[in-house]
Design a protein around this ligand. Structure first.
Ligand code: HEC
Length: 146
């Protein structure tokens, strides 16, 4: 999974170097810049997984979860970004969906992106995500643990 994503990251930085205009808060592929390099962050799932749990119906496909920071005690520190990649089984290239949680001022912000052509756009965000992630409150609202 990591190896497949790395070439894409290369293409994106080349595009940026070539002067492709990107909004300040997002990188050339449409994902926010705070997710840059996520494929190199520690993965918090043991191996790529699919899930039949009804709760995970919101995210269907082959999944990996990466965290920019480690938990300190029971909580992830402010500034932590957690990225879940979701790819249709057997598909290569950049993941079709990227779900992101980012902790600011003690609260998680949730946004999910979908790939359309070569760019990501927002699919869903906010309260609807949080409502379901309440079920993982005991683990700081994060379902995945190693
Ligand atoms: C119906 C329940 C449900 C909803 C709604 C939901 N999620 Fe999740 N989410 C899960 C489950 C369950 C997991 C654990 C991994 C898996 O099974 O896919 C998860 C995992 C994640 C992860 C990886 C970290 C973790 O908690 O394991 C991120 C990031 C994430 N979701 C973001 C979002 C975003 C952004 C939205 C809204 C657009 C959202 N989720 C909506 C159930 C939900």
């Amino acid at each position: 999974m990591r190896l497949r994503i790395l070439p894409v990251v290369g293409v994106v930085s080349l595009a940026a170097a070539a002067g492709v205009v990107a909004v300040a808060s997002s990188s050339a592929n449409g994902l926010p810049s705070y997710t840059n390099g996520y494929a190199k962050w520690p993965r918090i799932n043991k191996k790529p997984f699919t899930s039949t749990d009804p709760l995970s119906s919101a995210h269907q496909g082959v999944k990996n979860v990466y965290a920019s920071r480690r938990k300190v005690g029971k909580r992830y520190p402010n500034g932590t970004v957690i990225v879940k990649t979701i790819q249709a089984a057997g598909r290569m290239g950049p993941p079709g969906q990227v779900a992101v949680m980012r902790k600011l001022n003690g609260r998680w912000r949730y946004v999910e992106y979908g790939l359309s052509g070569t760019r990501y756009g927002i699919l869903a965000q906010g309260q609807l995500c949080q409502n379901c992630h309440m079920a993982a409150r005991a683990n700081d609202y994060v379902f995945t643990r190693k």
